[in-house]
Design a protein around this ligand. Structure first.
Ligand code: ADP
Ligand code: MG
Length: 383
């Protein structure tokens, strides 16, 4: 990211200079709808994020410019009402969540800019929260540990942005490590770094530029299906409370006791967690062919068993397969967003051209292309 634009703008607006901080957006390689089933997710921080320059001021007020939206917001740290601009809710929320946890309020001036596409499923909002949470913690020596910074970001979304998210996005943004994915248990916050060095491959997202509204209700229905299946399994296997601890044999035992639909949902959830664990093993071996096959299998499961795909996402997945892409799947909860693709370098141009042209022919709009690299999480930039 270009630090010069932020630096110049900061000097112009505040007549001084500050410290630069950066936090990234994220991808999730595999492990979708596994979090609420007690399984793992496998996110990684990307080379796109939010960059801010920031300096303490002598007041109890916060003054922030959003360069990308060309907007300015000022608020007092003792104010209870959030500012009207929605982008500022993330920063206001981080401040309030920190104060709630005992941080001594301190005013600051900031300018920020980002290159995570907004609302595409790469979590620009977590990048924004994490940048400010990390920066304020460092600038004012607040002494929050990294897990607390994750929770501060998550609670900001819950309490100030009306988004009832889990911890994956903030965790990846704060804990991300170059050349590694994070295998995370969302319920315990236990994690392990898994090497990700796909030499000879590129990782690229293709945005279907379609988003279906009202995804809450299908999401809740999936969740309830999984809970019913888990409850049926628990009768014979009391140690199994969630599908993340079940296997397909256990599911088969209750086949006649649950609906066909619940069975399909549970089958996906169990297989997906197994696939994630298998993918981590393959990554440790550097076996990207297996990783790729697992991505296709996840797409198939999400489309045919969990039924959260769209015609656009299925089309992009089929296109990837036709172009010989090593692995491809829809990413995120479903009903829109991007596919994530692991592409051998010599197939990259062909795939991108084909995906753009075929998609445009079929749906009358151009998909967006976001190449990403797995990169370092939240950090202070030394320059
Ligand atoms: P995402 O999936 O990208 O996290 P969200 O809807 O959760 O999508 O968050 C997007 C919101 O985050 C934007 O509407 C805006 O308020 C804020 N945001 C993200 N990036 C920026 C940016 N570069 N500048 C200003 N606000 C941003
Ligand atoms: Mg978000």
């Amino acid at each position: 990211m270009d630090t010069t634009i932020v630096r110049n703008s900061f000097r112009e607006k505040f007549g001084t200079s500050g410290v630069l901080y950066f936090s990234p957006g994220r991808i999730n390689l595999i492990g979708e709808h596994t979090d609420y089933n007690g399984g793992y997710v496998l996110p990684g921080a990307i080379d796109k994020g939010i960059l801010t320059e920031i300096t303490p001021n002598t007041s109890d007020r916060v003054r922030v410019y959003s360069l990308d939206l060309n907007d300015y917001v000022e608020f007092g740290l003792d104010e209870k009402d959030k500012p009207s601009a929605s982008w500022a809710h993330y920063i206001f929320g981080v401040c309030r969540e920190m104060i709630k946890r005992g941080a001594r309020p301190h005013g600051f001036d900031a300018v920020f800019s980002g290159n995570v596409p907004l609302g595409a499923g790469l979590s620009s909002s977590a990048a924004l929260e994490s940048t400010f949470a990390f920066a304020l913690n460092d600038l004012f020596d607040y002494d929050f540990d990294k897990k607390e910074l994750v929770l501060i970001g998550q609670k900001t979304e819950h309490n100030y942005c009306g988004v009832n998210c889990g911890i994956m996005d903030q965790f990846a943004s704060i804990f991300g490590k170059e050349g590694n994915l994070v295998r995370l248990d969302c319920s315990t916050m236990e994690y392990e770094y898994i090497p990700f060095n796909p030499l000879g491959y590129k990782l690229v997202l293709v945005d279907s530029v379609t988003k279906h509204e009202l995804v809450d209700s299908p999401y809740n229905k999936r969740r309830q299906s999984c809970e019913r299946a888990a409850a049926a399994i628990t009768v014979n296997h009391p140690h199994v409370k969630l599908l993340g601890n079940a296997d397909l044999e256990m599911l088969k035992e209750v086949k006649k006791l649950i609906s066909e639909e619940d069975y399909m949902r549970a089958q996906y959830a169990i297989q997906e967690n197994t696939r994630l664990i298998n993918t981590c093993e393959a990554l440790k071996q550097g076996d990207y062919q297996t990783v790729g096959r697992n991505l296709y299998a996840t797409h198939h499961g999400m489309s045919k068993l969990y039924e959260v795909s769209t015609i656009e996402l299925d089309f992009l997945n089929d296109t990837a397969k036709a172009c010989g892409v090593t692995g491809s799947r829809m990413m995120g909860g479903g009903f829109g967003g991007c596919t994530i693709n692991l592409v051998a370098e010599d197939k990259y141009d062909l795939f991108i051209d084909t995906a753009i042209n075929r998609f445009k022919d079929k749906f009358g709009k151009e998909p967006k292309i976001y190449p990403v690299k797995i990169s370092q999480g939240a950090r202070r930039l030394n320059e």
